[in-house]
Design a protein around this ligand. Structure first.
Ligand SMILES: [Zn+2]
Length: 450
């Protein structure tokens, strides 16, 4: 309802604040049922060609958002929604960031936002005053340039609902200078402010980053990049989680998982690391990709504890159809070893550093040995026609649990009650279960006890 909307402005300028520490604006997104992502999407307009390529601008702006999304550990998250050609701060249901050829006094950048009654923020737009100041989206701004990442982190703090902090080292401090990059990351005062608004996240969180955080990763055809995933458990108890890495393709579809580990054990108050190297196949479609790490619950439906991602771009010669995009996404890496044994955790002692290049993974049945019921679990990384059959050691077919069924990407758990195709209980002993996915077959043993 437009008539209930009020426009508020806060500018990053040479202002003085007399309060101690962070300041709340009185407007925020806490009324949203889930401020962890889907609603607070922003769209950059990469129109300042003097400050860097579109990819560098997106990367710098996204890193500014990551300062909050990854490190504030508050129940709030930005989502990157793709770039836009919009270039005015109007109430239009889009949170945009753009460079203006104009100026606004001594403001370097300005955040405009709109709210409804009760202090409910409904939209925010950010303007970088390109007419008055020079900006840089590269790693090192010159003495005459403002760092886009540095300024974006500040302005996106306003989008959270934070005002200016009196702590001079904080990202939300009202002053900034050319060449400054120290506000790219958050001060504890900024973290406290974000958590004062949105509360603290659950104790699990994940961060994925590349070794060259501040440069866009652009590939013309094939290439590769190295990355690190950090999984945190700030709880006083150890926990199991499911570690997944997947890919959002330029058309918005998901490919993967490229890595899928269940269950990874993380001890109390500790951090696990995964170091990986990702190949970009030569036939990857042109466009913008998200490379995404997810820390998830170990049981279906595998709710996300936390998600982190960065972007990369494929340009130039690669023009293959999207249906071919899945080929060649080889991931190698190591890490996420269990720091403690998994005894007492349901017997799913699957703590692997193995890489899964195929279209599926078949797991050991649970429980095993069993009587009379057991679950056969597998993951499909692509949609496929799937058969699952039980054989005895003579190679005789005992039962067909799935008969060339068309299944979507995802995890599956199929129960077998130790009966044959006539419904009669089978005798104790070793049985084989065979999973057929397209043209590929995997086979594992299991033991029925009486
Ligand atoms: Zn400000």
């Amino acid at each position: 309802m437009i008539r209930n909307i009020t426009l508020i402005v806060v500018a990053l300028a040479l202002l003085t604040s007399y309060s101690f520490g962070y300041e709340l604006l009185g407007y925020d997104w806490t009324y949203k049922p889930d401020p962890m992502g889907e609603d607070i999407e922003f769209n950059p307009n990469c129109s300042d060609y003097g400050c860097g390529s579109e990819e560098d601008q997106i990367n710098a702006l996204w890193q500014g958002a990551n300062a909050w999304t990854d490190y504030a550990k508050a129940e709030f998250e930005f989502t990157y929604g793709g770039w836009t050609t919009r270039n005015s701060y109007t109430y239009d249901a889009h949170n945009i960031i753009f460079f203006s050829p104009g100026s606004s006094g001594n403001a370097i950048a300005t955040t405009y936002w709109w709210y409804q009654s009760g202090g409910r923020m409904t939209e925010a737009d950010i303007v970088f005053w390109d007419g008055a100041f020079s900006f840089s989206a590269y790693q090192s701004p010159s003495y005459s340039e403002f760092d886009v990442w540095n300024i974006a982190a500040h302005e996106l703090g306003h989008v959270h609902g934070l005002g200016h902090s009196s702590v001079s080292a904080s990202t939300m401090y009202a002053y900034s200078s050319q060449g400054e990059t120290s506000k790219r990351t958050l001060h504890s005062d900024d973290v406290n402010g974000a958590q004062a608004l949105y509360g603290e996240q659950d104790p699990f969180s994940v961060i994925i980053h590349t070794d060259d955080d501040s440069y866009a990763r652009v590939f013309s055809g094939s290439g590769s990049f190295d990355f690190t995933v950090l999984a945190y458990n700030n709880d006083s108890y150890g926990h199991l989680f499911r570690a997944t890495i997947d890919l959002v393709l330029p058309d918005g579809s998901t490919h993967g998982p490229l890595l899928n580990l269940n269950s990874v054990y993380i001890p109390a108050n500790s951090t696990l690391t995964y170091n990986g190297s990702q190949n970009i196949p030569g036939n990857a479609p042109v466009g913008e990709y998200k490379y995404r790490a997810r820390m998830r619950d170990t049981s279906y439906p595998y709710d996300d504890y936390d998600v982190s991602y960065f972007m990369f771009w494929v340009e130039g010669k690669a023009v293959a159809g999207l249906e071919e995009a899945g080929e060649g996404w080889a991931l190698t890496g190591s890490g996420f070893e269990s720091a403690e044994p998994l005894a007492g955790e349901g017997g799913q002692a699957h703590t692997s550093t193995a890489i899964i290049p195929g279209a599926f993974e078949l797991r050991q049945n649970v429980p095993n040995p069993f009587n009379p019921n057991t679950n056969i679990n597998f993951d499909l990384y692509e949609e496929a026609n799937v058969s699952l059959q039980i054989y005895n050691l003579k190679g005789q077919l005992i039962k067909t649990l799935l008969d060339n069924r068309a299944l979507d990407f995802g995890p599956y758990s199929i129960e077998w009650d130790a009966t044959d195709s006539d419904g009669n209980s089978v005798s104790a002993g070793i049985y084989l279960y065979k999973l057929t996915v397209g043209n590929e077959i995997a086979l594992k043993k299991m033991t029925l006890i009486k």
